[in-house]
Design a protein around this ligand. Structure first.
Ligand code: SF4
Length: 605
């Protein structure tokens, strides 16, 4: 594997650092390996906005190859939004290009005195002045950096004004609207006065057995092209599933207080395809191309919204205007913040307004009437500019709710806003949200797909009734382990390929001799390591919980009256995981069996 580059912005120095080979084999790469590298740095005392706070950008062993949907990277650290483990996964071309420079990652600490950007060009690194770029929106900043460097093929990862202003769910952006959106690490980048990171390389990612890899890669891509889900994603984008999600009552409607949205066809992926869609976009080497290119005005192409953005600014706010939702997603991208956290927190504001807990006095005179697109847009601007009520909205739903004495109304887990897959429509998501290492996250396990019937029998991941209970807990844990492997390889979750293909790709790339069982152990190891970090950061078993709204039945739709049997599910889940039922810690026996004795002894010291 290639070294990673350590950069101290306070001193303006950098040096290569080789990741221990043992860690690579145990954790593979991406988010799991990042957790191992950052393990000693992430303490309870560490302030996410302090110069000491690390930001680790890491690729996986397949990144930059032409493998199945593997052109991605992760950025990890301590979240300013949640105070716990932060990881955010991003597509586009930046991760692949970083590997072409001869580095597998960047480990950034310190804080520059003035705004800067980094230029990593084939192994050389420069810290350059970004004073003129500061304040710029995300697309314009990427172009400005390329122009200044005189290199239109440089790949540029940037933050927007929201990150500079400390919005706690600010993200990082590259290419055609690809986003490391969740957990607020863009704000950490802003706190370091780091506006952008440009990369350009002419190397190739190292492969232990290139010929063997080429055969495995070609087969996997062929399988992927034939996969039904991949074809739907290509044709309809991620919001192609909107209709079905609404049909089963798994879509957030009226801030998770209703179960059906009869106007769903106005905002679905099919409607997008028949109205504003003019093209598709892909991340590096991906044969699926789920990205949308749309035209709201003739001749003016822009990114189209994906599922989460459509739902959170659509049905979640009783707003059925696809063009307006597209504009809202674009505004969030340009200011540079996460659409899920933004739309969710705005939903909370509407909900509290309806309850009479907040009034026009709190909202800068705005009447928060459900479905009012103008008001929603005004609130997005206020978050981006950090004006008026936008200051509080920019701190996320937990702090917003707490400020008004209504924290229990916020639909979040451990500070991260719940995404758009309601556990009352697909009950496995109850465990997914409650136990995810970064708060309510659908990317640590998109178990709703399993609840829809997509089982993975060779992994022991079974599809139970979508309203099932504790019988599915062990299956959820296995699915989380599998997705932890995805997040370590930084392989897109949409790349549904046979598990033996994944094993073959990993072994051919890394020169390992892993079995499927070894790979699943690596996933479980990564999951438990992040758990250990969060316990050190202050979480306990009591934090494995769901917000109030998700434990109350919705009145309408095809999941009306149902709530997951959460307590029983969690108890069975702990048993399947080998976690101590009192403390919520992974047991010594389990950690030792996974080959993590040093982490286990810290955890139980
Ligand atoms: S499926 Fe979509 S998000 Fe995943 S790698 Fe391909 S283009 Fe990117």
């Amino acid at each position: 594997m290639q070294p990673i580059l350590k950069i101290d912005l306070t001193r303006g120095v950098s040096e290569p650092w080789q990741i221990p080979a043992k860690w690579q084999e145990q954790y593979l790469g991406g988010a799991s390996l990042a957790a191992r590298i950052l393990y000693n740095s992430l303490t309870r005392e560490l302030e996410p906005f302090s110069p000491q706070a690390p930001l680790l950008y890491l690729t996986g062993p397949l990144t930059g190859t032409l493998g199945p949907s593997v052109g991605r990277f992760v950025v990890c650290g301590k979240s300013p939004l949640t105070g716990i483990w932060a990881e955010s996964n991003c597509g586009g071309f930046w991760g692949a290009e970083l590997r072409f420079t001869g580095y597998d990652g960047l480990w950034i600490t310190g804080k520059s005195e003035k705004p800067v950007y980094l230029w990593v060009n084939d192994g050389r690194v420069e810290i350059r002045d970004a004073s003129l770029l500061w304040g710029g929106e995300t697309y314009a900043t990427q172009e400005a950096v390329k122009t200044e460097l005189g290199d239109p093929r440089a790949r540029v990862l940037v933050i927007g004004p929201a990150a500079e202003r400390g919005v706690l769910f600010a993200g990082m952006f590259c290419d055609h609207g690809r986003t490391a959106g969740r957990t607020g690490l863009g704000a950490v980048m802003g706190s370091k006065n780091l506006k952008a990171i440009a990369v350009r390389g002419s190397g190739k990612p190292p492969l232990a057995e290139p010929e063997r890899y080429a055969v495995a890669r070609a087969r996997a891509n062929r399988d992927l092209k034939e996969d039904n889900q991949a074809q739907v994603l290509h044709d309809l984008g991620t919001s192609g599933v909107a209709d079905y999600s609404e049909y089963i009552g798994a879509m957030p409607v009226k801030y998770y207080h209703r179960g059906s949205f009869p106007e769903v066809d106005k905002i679905s992926g099919s409607t997008m395809a028949e109205t504003i869609l003019v093209g598709k976009s892909a991340c590096h080497g991906c044969v699926i191309a789920c990205g949308r290119v749309v035209e709201l005005e003739t001749g003016k192409r822009q990114k189209g919204p994906e599922y989460e953005t459509v739902e959170i600014f659509g049905p979640n706010l009783l707003h059925a205007d696809l063009r307006a939702v597209t504009r809202l997603g674009d505004l969030c991208d340009r200011y540079g913040f996460d659409t899920i956290s933004a739309g969710n927190t705005i939903g909370l504001a509407f909900h509290l307004f309806e309850m009479g807990i907040i009034t026009e006095k709190d909202t800068d005179g705005l009447t928060l009437a459900w479905g009012d697109g103008k008001v929603i847009e005004e609130l997005v601007h206020k978050i981006g500019r950090q004006e008026g009520i936008g200051v509080l909205l920019g701190k996320g739903s937990r702090i917003f709710g707490r400020h008004f004495g209504a924290e229990e109304e916020a639909v979040q887990v451990n500070g991260l806003e719940v995404a758009c897959h309601d556990p009352r429509g697909a009950s496995g998501m109850a465990l997914t949200y409650a136990t995810s290492p970064r708060g309510a996250c659908h990317n640590q396990s998109d178990y709703f797909f399993v609840d829809w019937g997509h089982s993975l029998p060779e992994l022991g991941i079974e599809a139970f009734d979508r309203h099932g209970g504790s019988e599915k807990s062990a299956s959820v844990a296995l699915h989380q382990n599998w997705r932890t492997i995805n997040n370590a390889l930084v392989m897109c979750h949409f790349a549904v390929i046979p598990s033996e293909s994944v094993v073959e790709l990993v072994n051919a790339a890394g020169g390992w001799k892993m079995t499927l069982a070894d790979l699943l152990s690596a996933g479980e190891r990564g999951w438990n390591l992040k758990r250990a970090i969060n316990i050190r950061l202050g979480l306990t078993g009591a934090d494995d919980r769901l917000p109030k709204a998700l434990l109350e039945p919705v009145p309408d739709g095809n999941s009306a009256g149902f709530v997951p049997d959460f307590a029983a599910m969690l108890s069975a889940y702990y048993q399947a995981r080998g976690w101590d039922p009192v403390t919520g810690k992974p047991t010594l026996e389990r950690m030792n069996a996974l080959g993590m004795p040093e982490i286990a002894s810290d955890l139980w010291a």
